[in-house]
Every structure is written in C-alpha cells, then in structure tokens.
Design a protein around this ligand. Sequence first.
Ligand SMILES: Nc1ncnc2c1ncn2[C@@H]1O[C@H](COP(=O)(O)OP(=O)(O)OP(=O)(O)O)[C@@H](O)[C@H]1O
Length: 299
Amino acid sequence: MENIVRLTNVSKVFADQKAVDNISFSINKGEVVAILGANGAGKTTTILMMLGLVRSTDGEVMLFGTRPNQKEVKERIGCMLQEVSVMDGLRVKEIISLVQSYYPKPMGTADLLAITGFEKRDWNKRTEKLSGGQKRRLNFALALAGNPDLLFFDEPTVGMDITARKNFWDTVKSLKDSGKTIIFTTHYLQEADEVAERIILFNHGSIVEDGTPTDLKNRLSSQRVSFQAVENVSLDMYRKLPYCLEAKQVEGRVTLVTDDADELLNVLIANKLSMKQIEVHQGKLEEAFSELAAKKEVM
Ligand SMILES: Nc1ncnc2c1ncn2[C@@H]1O[C@H](COP(=O)(O)OP(=O)(O)OP(=O)(O)O)[C@@H](O)[C@H]1O
C-alpha cells in the first residue's frame, strides 16, 4: 500500500496558542479521510501544514515521501480551502487554463467541465460575476485542474444547496474510484459518515479517535435491539440479561439498549425468548459525538 501522507509528532504553536499538539497519523493511497472536530480544534492548521502553507513548530510532515513544499509534491496535490477567493478580471476559462499550465499533466478542460458540473455558458463569465455557488464550483475546478493524486477539501459544502452537495460527494466518490486520495473536513457529520472510510477526530489540537465511521459508532454509541414481544416477559427480566443496558416497551414493542447487539441477540435466542420483527439499530455518529462530548468535551 503506497503511503501518501505521514505526520510524526507534529505540533504548531501560534504566538501563545498551541493549535496542534503532537499529532501522528499516516494516510495511504486511495483513502477518503474526514478530519472532524469542534471549531478551533486544529483541523485547518493541520491541512495547511500538509499543504506546506504553514510550517510545523515541531515534528515531521511528509507527503509522497518528501517535504510538502517541494515542487514534485505541489504538482501532485490540489486543494479547496475555506476562504473563497478567485482572481477578479479573468474569465473562468482563462483562470482555469492558467492553472492547468502550471502542471505537467493537467486534467483536460472537457473532463473538468463534466466533473465539476460547470455550465458551458458560465465558462466565459468573468469571475467577479459568479454567484457564491459558482465560485465554489470554480474553486473545485481549480483544485482538480492539475489532475492531482491527493486532494484537500476544507469544509467544501458550506453554502451549497442539497443538490449541489449531493453532486459534490458523488464526484468525490468517483475521484476515489479513479485512485485519488482525499482528505476533507466537515461539520456535517452525516457527510463524514456517508463518504469517509476513516475519521480522524481532533479535540483541542490532539487526535482523540481514528477509525472507520462504524468503529467510532460501535465504540462510542449504544446500539438497540427491538422486537415485538410474543410472550409477556417483564422488563426487569430483560434488564438482568448480560449485554442489556436498558429495556423499555412501547405498545408491545420492546427496545433493549446494548453495547453489543450481536451478543445480546445470542443471549435472547439462548434464553428461548420468542420475538417477532427483530430490528437492530446502530447508533448515529451524532450520538457517538455527544457521548464523546460528555467524556472529553469534544464538539
Ligand atoms: N494564523 C493564526 N494565528 C494565530 N492563531 C491561529 C492562527 N490560525 C489558527 N489559529 C488558532 O489555532 C487554533 C486552531 O485553529 P484551526 O483553524 O486549525 O481550527 P479548526 O479546527 O480548523 O476550526 P474551524 O472548525 O473553526 O475551522 C484556534 O484556536 C485558532 O484561533
């Protein structure tokens, strides 16, 4: 597996503020990774260090086995940052062909149009005439113009409507399928849950969790097993079962809260409890985060 990003004991101090505190992680080719955390947790600073735009105070940041500020790295990365700023006075097609010209193997204009969903009639517009959504689309096109192997998106869907957001993430999935590595931040947890294969969770400059969305949900949130009770069994009986944390009943349907739904189902079956219409509900990422918030002051 080709290593694309490696951070080793990286810290960043701004004046008297420790923004990033001794973090380490590595990312392999083709991974789609979400960096999550509350405002000010250190996500953007970490991305800027990976882009070579901010120097770490301590530790080592390596991209493609070398320093991020090297030309051969810059030719392989693309980014869409939070601040939307594009050069005024140029037409969309001019700024795109300018950026394409910086790269040895840029993405073709037809592909860029198709991937970013730019309307051909907007291609001739001057950038200052673009709407907010069109400016974000232009930033997306500029991130892809060099046909990079590694893409960074810092809160890419802020200000996008629901359709634009869905199209954006569908595109990200197809970029992943074409072998690109993608790192993004978002405050929309559902996006991270649906798109990311891995979540790195920041809290006050440190990494507090690193795993798949399912890992995080299993580790941090409770699952529920619910069923239609066939026999009249008291809730206290369920509460005494191993792996059952809580039991409640609404209109004949029993819901058991558990930290291991598989084991609890085994126990229910071993106890020959008759059940109909069994459902297992996994916790949501929001619940996992609330649980962490209670424990570690995250989000
Ligand atoms: N250039 C800077 N100078 C001084 N302090 C900074 C600078 N950039 C970031 N910080 C501070 O570092 C901390 C981490 O900021 P960062 O922007 O990395 O957080 P974030 O997780 O991206 O937050 P958000 O979700 O709000 O974008 C914050 O306390 C912030 O005020």
